[in-house]
Design a protein around this ligand. Structure first.
Ligand code: HEC
Length: 192
């Protein structure tokens, strides 16, 4: 009788044990089942954004944080044939560029601008300068500025940072979106 009672007890214990064990495994599995797809989704989103950054390169705002105005002064040598950039400097083939960042387009008095640039209107924002300097004739079809453009985004950022310094009160730099920074960190992490 005792042996039978013991056997029943043991069986009960084993059954309870298995049930509990099952519970533990089941719980872990549910957790894993929830956590895994989210991770995968985030990884996929990161990879997508990272691929986009790799394709397009860092944004102008991000580049402006990284480059130096001194390097931009060197790039500006390409512009000196036609532009002065000191305060009150004379117009040459092109208008004086003092205070150009944030300045109204085609606004130097006495300079004979093209109708195309006058018609473009608005202020020279960082983005507008970047587009114009990439390929002047694309941004302002019909412009008088006979300059092919600067293909490298970094050269343009350096130059724009230099142009920004040519002012009594330089305009604030554009904010870098946090997402971009995170994604760039991800890209850099990948590269390393
Ligand atoms: C071959 C001469 C020439 C060169 C080189 C040149 N530019 Fe110009 N630039 C001009 C002329 C001409 C205009 C006026 C364009 C118009 O009226 O359409 C102009 C206009 C501009 C404007 C608009 C000014 C305003 O008042 O709205 C900016 C900005 C500018 N140039 C920047 C540059 C920079 C930066 C470089 C060097 C990368 C450069 N340019 C090289 C001739 C030149």
């Amino acid at each position: 009788m005792n042996k039978i009672a013991l056997a029943v007890l043991l069986t009960l214990l084993v059954v309870i044990g298995i049930n509990n064990l099952g519970d533990i495994i089941f719980h872990e599995e549910t957790l894993e089942a929830n956590a895994y797809p989210i991770e995968v989704e985030m990884a996929a989103a990161d990879a997508g954004a990272a691929a986009e950054v790799e394709e397009k390169g860092p944004t102008l705002a991000a580049l402006l944080q990284d480059v130096s105005a001194e390097d931009g002064e060197k790039v500006f040598k390409k512009c000196k044939a036609c532009h002065t950039a000191d305060e009150g400097g004379k117009n040459g083939t092109g208008p004086n560029l003092w205070n150009i960042v944030g300045r109204e387009k085609a606004s130097v008095a006495g300079f004979g601008y093209s109708d195309a640039l006058v018609a473009k209107g608005g202020a020279w924002t960082y983005e507008d300068l970047d587009h114009f300097l990439t390929k002047p004739k694309d941004f302002v079809p019909g412009t008088k500025m006979a300059f092919a453009g600067l293909k490298k985004a970094e050269d343009r950022a350096e130059l724009i940072l230099y142009l920004r310094s040519l002012s009594a009160s330089p305009m604030g730099l554009p904010a870098v979106e946090e997402v971009t920074e995170a994604v760039e960190a991800a890209v850099e992490g990948e590269v390393q």
